[in-house]
Design a binder for this molecule. Structure first.
Ligand SMILES: Nc1ncnc2c1ncn2[C@@H]1O[C@H](COP(=O)(O)OP(=O)(O)OP(=O)(O)O)[C@@H](O)[C@H]1O
Ligand SMILES: [Mg+2]
Length: 436
């Protein structure tokens, strides 16, 4: 979905065109693929209420028909189009924007961020650079953009099959382990860490399985990207950009599983990094956002800092709000609403990014040990925490190879990051998850 904004009441309210539908990739039985949809819809809706703007959406008619009631109720209108047909979508959305006096365009779905940049340019609304916007969606173009801007990032190569991957990994000196991932995808789908040559062809096949993104049927670049493995702790840092000026948001520590599949297990804000390194992460994330053409919008950047160094390496950046309930985590810790700042930026306003508190928050995801059918999930209620279950008993739990396997999550708030993380860990450890 795509949202358009228009102000409400006294002064004519800005309208936001907003597109948000779902993560890419094929639908999977029992998957929690719709989660990011509701989650990303929830934060912009809340932000629109706070800013007094109306939300409109652009999406496919059948996809809008499947929206939950709360999301449909939050929309002041819908532009039904085919987002995979660029000329038609641009024509339909431009006409809709003019008819409804739309004041801003905010893409929330990574794969449509280039289309949002084209629409903003066509309608004269604040937006990202359409000439660079595809680099925020396609990790091969992203690698080129980072190299051109001199941003520290893993070395990489492209492959269509196992034999080419063997040659390319050697020619580019990527070493072992290396990471294989789809050129265009999210949610860690198709991403694997490969220890040695034996598993390379299989990993390339897994990364190349995505030819079209669910639910719109958007065609994807199905080449596999091979990346040098960057060791070290992982962080994320979002950047709001307004009229080309970058405003860094708080740094968040990210925990993932180890081994072949790297699935997020949780996030904690603040990150625990010393202040100079926080500034370095924010600076690098801002450079990454600008390198992929973000001018009026937000970018979510993931970085790793190799042990013994002070250099953040950018793993990827996306020109969208973060997923994983990070909007909630960051706001609970710092008082900064990323969704409000994002809407302000696309409205051409100076974003409000000043922290109003110094608390801490941590989110932990409940992951299964293996796939199957969910028999039972019980998450205890501890003071300072709240939880949410993503799957119901009887639903299929995918194998723990990407983020669709999440069964639920818990968010903890406390005075310090260690306490918030400890509290969330305690709830996760005491939770009962049975998958048969
Ligand atoms: N080059 C790398 N070196 C080390 N770890 C990596 C590398 N690339 C990816 N990873 C690990 O795999 C995870 C998923 O990779 P990546 O972010 O590129 O995929 P994604 O599908 O866009 O993920 P998501 O949407 O969940 O952020 C990263 O968060 C990181 O933990
Ligand atoms: Mg990622």
């Amino acid at each position: 979905m795509f949202s358009f904004v228009r102000p409400i009441a006294a002064t004519p309210a800005p309208r936001l065109c907003w597109r948000n539908d779902n993560r890419g990739g094929p639908a999977r039985a029992g998957s929690a693929g719709g989660r990011a949809d509701g989650e990303r819809g929830a934060f912009p809706r809340q932000a629109a209420g706070r800013l007094g703007v109306r939300l409109f959406a652009a999406t496919h008619k059948d996809i809008h028909d499947g929206y939950p009631d709360w999301l449909r109720a939050a929309l002041a209108g819908v532009c039904a189009t085919d987002l995979t047909d660029v000329p038609r979508a641009l024509g339909d959305m431009e006409e809709f924007c003019r008819r409804h006096g739309i004041a801003a365009v905010a893409p929330c779905f990574e794969l449509f961020t280039p289309l949002a940049a084209l629409l903003a340019e066509r309608t004269g609304l604040p937006g990202n650079d359409p000439r660079l916007a595809r680099a925020a969606r396609n990790k091969i173009l992203m690698g080129e953009a980072f190299a051109a801007a001199g941003i520290p990032a893993p070395r990489w190569a492209v492959a269509h099959d196992g034999a080419e991957a063997h040659r390319a990994a050697g020619a580019h000196g990527l070493g072992w382990p290396l990471v294989v991932k789809p050129a265009e995808q999210g949610g860690s789908w198709g991403v694997s860490v490969v220890d040695g040559p034996d598993r390379l062809a299989e990993a390339v096949g897994a990364a190349r399985q995505y030819t079209h993104a669910h639910p719109h049927g958007l065609e994807l670049d199905s080449r596999a990207l091979l990346q040098e493995y960057v060791a070290g702790d992982e962080y994320s840092c979002d950047t709001v950009v307004a009229d080309g000026v970058a405003y860094p948001l708080p740094v968040v520590a990210k925990d993932t599983t180890e081994g072949r599949y790297r699935i997020e297990t949780g996030h904690t804000c603040p990150s625990g990094l010393p202040a100079p390194l926080v500034r370095k992460v924010q600076h690098t994330a801002a450079r990454a956002a600008l390198a992929v053409g973000v001018r009026n919008g937000i970018a979510h950047t993931e970085l790793k800092i190799p042990p013994g160094t002070q250099t953040p390496y950018v793993i990827e950046t996306g020109a969208r709000l973060p997923g994983d309930n990070l909007c909630e985590v960051v706001e609970a810790a710092t008082g900064v609403s990323e969704a409000v700042a994002h809407l302000q930026a696309v409205l051409g306003l100076v974003p409000d990014t000043a922290a109003s508190r110094t608390d801490a928050a941590s989110i932990r995801f409940l992951l299964p040990e293996h796939g199957g059918v969910l028999r039972q999930v019980v998450i205890p209620d501890l003071p300072g925490t709240h939880s949410e279950v993503h799957l119901r008993p009887g639903e299929v739990v995918p194998e723990p190879a990407d983020s669709t396997c999440r069964i639920g999550h818990v968010v903890a708030r406390a005075e310090t990051a260690d306490r918030a993380r400890g509290l969330a860990d305690r709830v996760a450890a005491r939770s009962r998850v049975e998958v048969g």
